[in-house]
Design a protein around this ligand. Structure first.
Ligand SMILES: *[C@@H]1O[C@H](CO)[C@@H](O)[C@H](O)[C@H]1NC(C)=O
Ligand SMILES: *[C@@H]1O[C@H](CO)[C@@H](O)[C@H](O)[C@H]1NC(C)=O
Ligand SMILES: *[C@@H]1O[C@H](CO)[C@@H](O)[C@H](O)[C@H]1NC(C)=O
Ligand SMILES: *[C@@H]1O[C@H](CO)[C@@H](O)[C@H](O)[C@H]1NC(C)=O
Ligand SMILES: *[C@@H]1O[C@H](CO)[C@@H](O)[C@H](O)[C@H]1NC(C)=O
Ligand SMILES: *[C@@H]1O[C@H](CO)[C@@H](O)[C@H](O)[C@H]1NC(C)=O
Ligand SMILES: *[C@@H]1O[C@H](CO)[C@@H](O)[C@H](O)[C@H]1NC(C)=O
Length: 512
């Protein structure tokens, strides 16, 4: 009796320790993990690292999800392929990883039963989840809203007397951001991005299409637009949500495109530079908001280093700027060294990934449930970015419906979490786990260190020294065949591993 009782307790405690993925096969090679009101998988806790041993988390196309294993460090390499760590060669410091609290995300989260909503937020932000530390807030509406709106749609209200957060902020964003803040002990860094100024402030009288602010930097509409940012920061902080950063404009090039279908506003690097210098920078400063991290561009890598070069060349503008935000959408067509050139322009200004999603291209499925290749594409882009000075990476909508919406212009895309409201459950996709292999382990304050292979190979990799002195390496094998290799840390020896085909691995160890 007593033994049986103890066994029950032991297995109960074990089950509480971490919950495995309840998988749902979508096709022979695609699978999601299913969560509902009573069940959701969690990440196994990192065991206490002692010198001489290492931990490895693996996720793979074949179905592993944060599969945890530990092993001993050895004196000899397992194969000819050795990745050498050099802690003496350091680069950028991690700011964080996260996703966006859009109206669409809020609508989907709200469509779940209360307990499932909590499990969804926990999946991203809790200590047994991905431990996201970044959240993006569209300032008023974007395409992932049900309709266009701003925080002040009263024409001619240049003093912003009628400025107010929308019902969408109060009902669909703020409640979930507060839960996330709670789960992260307020370590969450939130940044806001506007898609468009109110229609009455623009040359085309519309939040969509091609149009700019009326007049010139320094003029009345530019002053009002700067105050609109200040009011956004103030109103969110009144709600108990500190704003860590702002981007000057989401995709400033979109608003120069004739008949652009959703909210946008056009800028050139020159007008953005002058707006920061004459209006936004001074407005933040005079309202004691100079601590808010101001990021320029917030658009595709293709526009680098040119966009940053124009703005950084002006010391008056530069004093207000913390860094440059970059989107991932056409990364495959742009050489990655534009990030290095951007870094070299101003080594003290950071580069930060502010938006990414799959299913955006016209020929792609909007949602491709359980598709490993989409997780792989995230991991590959993040590793590339991290090896070229990028300090963080922000996913787009944190949750979407089965069709990749809602989106008022039907610009449907994919998300790491897809909600099936009619069943009261949600699906965690490979992209979710791919994000976690970075967000959970490359904690804020981690510093990039050199990792060099002794021979040519196809494994993608990046290495970081964490604030607690432990090391983390993330490896990606995009090939179907397994690869045996060793990570070598001169201070302790060889971490011998086999990385299976189509898998992501995070290695962690302590060397003192
Ligand atoms: C939730 O998921 C768990 C695990 O798959 C399952 O046992 C349970 O029946 C589900 N609950 C509901 C309400 O669907
Ligand atoms: C790193 O620097 C230390 C101290 O200068 C030196 O002893 C060590 O050999 C260096 N390590 C490598 C891998 O270059
Ligand atoms: C804005 O406020 C100023 C100063 O109070 C006032 O002079 C001006 O008329 C107001 N403008 C508008 C458009 O309400
Ligand atoms: C989180 O919420 C709980 C319960 O409402 C509360 O006791 C706790 O103080 C909150 N923690 C933070 C960091 O806000
Ligand atoms: C804004 O542009 C859209 C798309 O061209 C159009 O349908 C809408 O009527 C315009 N709105 C205003 C206020 O002009
Ligand atoms: C929009 O683009 C068209 C075509 O290039 C141009 O004729 C028009 O002036 C632009 N409108 C605005 C408000 O910039
Ligand atoms: C979503 O739930 C419905 C039942 O309400 C079910 O018919 C459908 O298959 C589910 N979708 C997926 C992708 O599992």
């Amino acid at each position: 009796m007593i033994r049986l009782f103890l066994l029950c307790v032991a297995s109960f405690v074990h089950a509480q320790a971490s919950q495995p993925c309840v998988s749902m096969k979508v096709s022979s090679y695609a699978m999601v993990c299913v969560c509902n009101s009573t069940y959701c998988d969690t990440v196994p806790q990192l065991p206490t690292l002692t010198p001489g041993m290492f931990a490895a988390y693996t996720s793979s196309q074949s179905g592993d999800r944060f599969q945890l294993a530990t092993a001993k460090v050895t004196d000899t390499a397992a194969s000819g392929l050795v990745l050498e760590i050099n802690k003496n060669v350091t680069r950028q410091t991690i700011i964080g990883f996260g996703g966006a609290f859009t109206d669409a995300a809020g609508i989907n989260i709200a469509s779940l039963p209360q307990a499932a909503q909590e499990k969804l937020i926990q999946s991203y932000f809790a200590s047994d989840g991905l431990e996201y530390t970044i959240g993006r807030i569209p300032m008023a509406s974007c395409d992932f809203s049900t309709h266009p709106y701003s925080y002040d749609d009263v024409a001619g209200d240049l003093n912003l007397t009628h400025f107010a957060l929308a019902q969408e902020d109060l009902k669909l964003k703020i409640p979930y951001i507060k839960q996330a803040l709670n789960l992260t002990n307020s370590k969450l860094r939130m940044f806001g991005s506007p898609w468009s100024a109110p229609a009455w402030m623009k040359t085309n009288g519309n939040m969509t299409g091609n149009g700019t602010l009326i007049g010139q930097p320094g003029g009345p509409y530019f002053k009002t637009w700067a105050n609109y940012f200040v009011r956004f920061v103030e109103e969110y902080s009144k709600q108990g949500i500190p704003i860590w950063g702002l981007t000057t404009q989401n995709e400033p090039a979109d608003g120069n495109i004739y008949r652009f279908p959703f909210q946008a506003m056009g800028w050139t690097p020159e007008t953005q530079r002058d707006f920061v210098k004459m209006d936004l920078g001074p407005a933040l400063r005079s309202n004691k908001l100079q601590h808010v991290q101001l990021m320029i561009m917030d658009d595709q890598r293709l526009m680098l280093p040119y966009w940053a070069k124009v703005i950084y060349a002006d010391p008056e503008a530069l004093q207000y700027i913390s860094g440059v935000a970059v989107h991932w959408y056409i990364d495959q067509f742009v050489p990655i060294n534009v990030l290095d050139f951007t870094h070299e322009l101003q080594p003290n200004k950071f580069i930060f990934g502010s938006e990414a999603c799959s299913g955006d291209l016209p020929w792609e499925a909007d949602v491709s449930l359980g598709d490993w290749s989409r997780g792989e594409k995230y991991a590959s882009d993040i590793i590339g970015d991290l090896n070229h000075w990028v300090t963080g990476w922000t996913d787009w909508n944190i949750a979407l419906d089965l069709g990749g919406g809602p989106n008022w212009v039907k610009n449907f895309v994919d998300s790491p979490i897809i909600v099936n409201a009619s069943r009261g459950e949600f699906y965690k996709q490979p992209m979710f786990y791919a994000m976690g292999h970075f967000s959970k382990f490359l904690v804020p304050g981690s510093v990039h260190v050199e990792l060099k292979a002794n021979i040519k190979n196809d494994i993608q990799s990046t290495a970081f020294l964490r604030p607690d002195g432990s090391l983390a390496v993330v490896l990606l094998n995009t090939d179907v065949s397994p690869v045996t290799l060793s990570v070598h840390d001169t201070e302790i020896g060889y971490l011998d591993i086999t990385i299976s085909g189509k898998s992501i691995k995070t290695l962690l160890w302590k060397n003192k």
